[in-house]
Ligand binder design. Structure first.
Ligand code: NAD
Length: 470
């Protein structure tokens, strides 16, 4: 997915690029356009800082807990800036700041321990976990702080240092976060660099980097994997999703409609594991379409800084164009807009919350990730057909099943080919759970202890069990 690239000054490299407010489409500030050549010095400094940072787990825990307190205390500065550059309602920005602090606390207190290997041989073998070195963290614009912390919190807790690159669409709250964290973290333990694709590509391929952890689109994920392969660097990729929600005949439509709607439209649909397709039994299809369309028509859309707004703008012009293109194509494929279906006639990147009915299953809004406030609803006649359709894309991030018979719903959820399946919910994650996409949705595991181990390497020590065998 293209993101806005830094603008370059005539005759050479610009030192800054504009940051736009998606609620107006106008620039409101700028961020440094770091030259990829500066990464050599940044990564060298991260190596030097690593020597000290890796040596004392207790100091690390203390620093990360202090960092979490500092993030919380800075909420009133971070949240409005995040809304200004990202577009989401202010309450969601505050929630994102809170999750950033919570992640720091969770990983600060997670101990990888050491594990004995018992295999019947007369040796004492033990796994001790070792950090890797400087980690490159590259993140997108939909949850700039939350996704950054999902990378730097486990990496730092494991004893690595981090070079973090946010999206050029949302660099400012991350830069502010960096300065907030600098009180608790030693110099060069976490460095933030800002810029576009050339900077990301150089960072992902830098020979001094020991782990590239990337969240973003599938095409960029492929490029990152190729870059990391050049230096045989470990790569963790959290990529796109096209999650299906399968409604069963016994679902209580009115009861779940709000939850289902927000599972699709939170953050203006710009959530990797948002509900992006709904499959409803033919018998209740029109009720489901109408329940969702009613919510789409009545939700309050506006600037995220306006306290009454429930839904903000799409983050950037490229993304808005993509949402518009997919919707127009679905309509020309024969879909009906039960709500929305068009841009809003106002400045900024606003798109009307859209429910698409009667969409051909081959339309791109069904087969690809639209990543915006648009939801196709498709009818089915047998559950097997719905499960096959849900599993019938190259994606495999999440999925959900909705009904009142929970055992039956769970049995159907168990057949979904994805990393996380929910019953009567969607996109609810615990800090303690593994998060991993299958198929093209990802490589590697984040979250919980697995996220910590993803930033460590096993180091095994063998010694004889008894002195006479030495
Ligand atoms: P993107 O792939 O365009 O960009 C992500 C980041 O990669 C940005 O910082 C960008 O500057 C950088 N980048 C671009 N080209 C690069 C290259 N060649 N090498 C290294 N870095 C490069 O994604 P986006 O448009 O910012 O974000 C939306 C996508 O992110 C969606 O597909 C969404 O599903 C996905 N996403 C996935 C998850 C998940 O956990 N699976 C979470 C959030 C978002």
């Amino acid at each position: 997915m293209p993101t806005r690239q830094p603008t370059r000054a005539p005759g050479g490299r610009a030192e800054c690029f504009d940051v736009l407010d998606p609620a107006t489409g106008e620039p409101f500030d700028e961020a440094p356009d770091h030259d990829p050549d500066t990464l050599d010095a940044v990564v060298d400094a991260a190596h030097v800082a690593w020597r000290e940072w890796r040596s004392d787990p207790a100091t690390r825990t203390g620093a990360l807990l202090a960092a979490a307190d500092d993030v919380e205390a800075a909420g009133a500065d971070l949240a409005p800036l995040l809304t200004r550059e990202q577009g989401k309602p202010l309450s969601e920005s505050y929630a994102e700041v809170a999750r950033t602090a919570a992640r720091l606390r969770y990983f600060a207190e997670l101990d990888p321990g050491s594990q004995p290997i018992t295999d019947g041989r007369p040796v004492r073998s033990e796994i001790r976990w070792r950090p890797l070195g400087p980690v490159a963290a590259i993140v997108p614009w939909n949850f700039p702080l939350q996704l950054a912390s999902a990378k730097f919190a486990p990496a730092l807790a494991a004893g690595n240092t981090v070079v973090l690159k946010p999206s050029p669409c949302t660099p400012l709250a991350t830069r502010l976060l960096g300065s907030v964290l600098s009180s608790a973290l030693p110099e060069d333990v976490l460095t933030i660099v800002t810029g576009g694709e050339p900077l990301g590509a150089r960072l992902a391929s830098h020979p001094g980097i020991r782990h590239v952890t990337f969240t973003g689109s599938i095409p960029t994920g492929r490029a990152v994997a190729e870059s990391a392969a050049a230096s045989l660097t470990r790569a963790t990729l959290e990529l796109g999703g096209n999650d299906a929600a399968v409604l069963l005949e016994d679902v209580d439509v009115e009861r779940v409609a709000d939850r289902l709607f927000w599972a699709a439209f939170r953050n203006c649909g710009q959530v990797c594991m948002a509900v992006k397709r709904v499959y409803a039994p033919a018998r209740i299809y029109s009720r489901v379409v109408e329940a969702l369309a009613h919510r789409a028509r009545t939700v309050v859309v506006g600037s995220g800084l306006d306290p009454v707004s429930e839904l903000g703008p799409v983050n950037n012009a490229d993304q808005l164009a993509r949402v518009e293109r997919y919707t127009a194509q679905a309509l020309s494929d024969g879909a009906r807009a039960a709500a929305g279906g068009h841009r809003l006639d106002r400045p900024g990147y606003f798109f009307a919350p859209t429910i698409l009915a009667d969409v051909p299953s081959t339309s791109r809004v069904v087969t690809e990730e639209q990543f915006g406030p648009v939801l196709p609803v498709l009818p089915y006649t047998s559950v097997d057909e719905a499960v096959e359709a849900a599993n019938g894309t190259g994606f495999g991030l999440g999925g959900s099943v909705w009904g009142t018979d929970l055992d039956r719903a769970e049995a159907i959820a168990d057949r979904l080919e994805c990393g996380t399946a929910w019953i009567n919910h969607h996109a609810e994650l615990s800090l303690a759970q593994p998060f991993a996409g299958v198929k093209e949705s990802g490589v590697g595991v984040a979250g919980g202890p697995w996220g910590l181990y993803g930033n460590l390497r096993p180091f095994v020590v063998h010694r004889p069990d008894r002195p006479e065998e030495a």
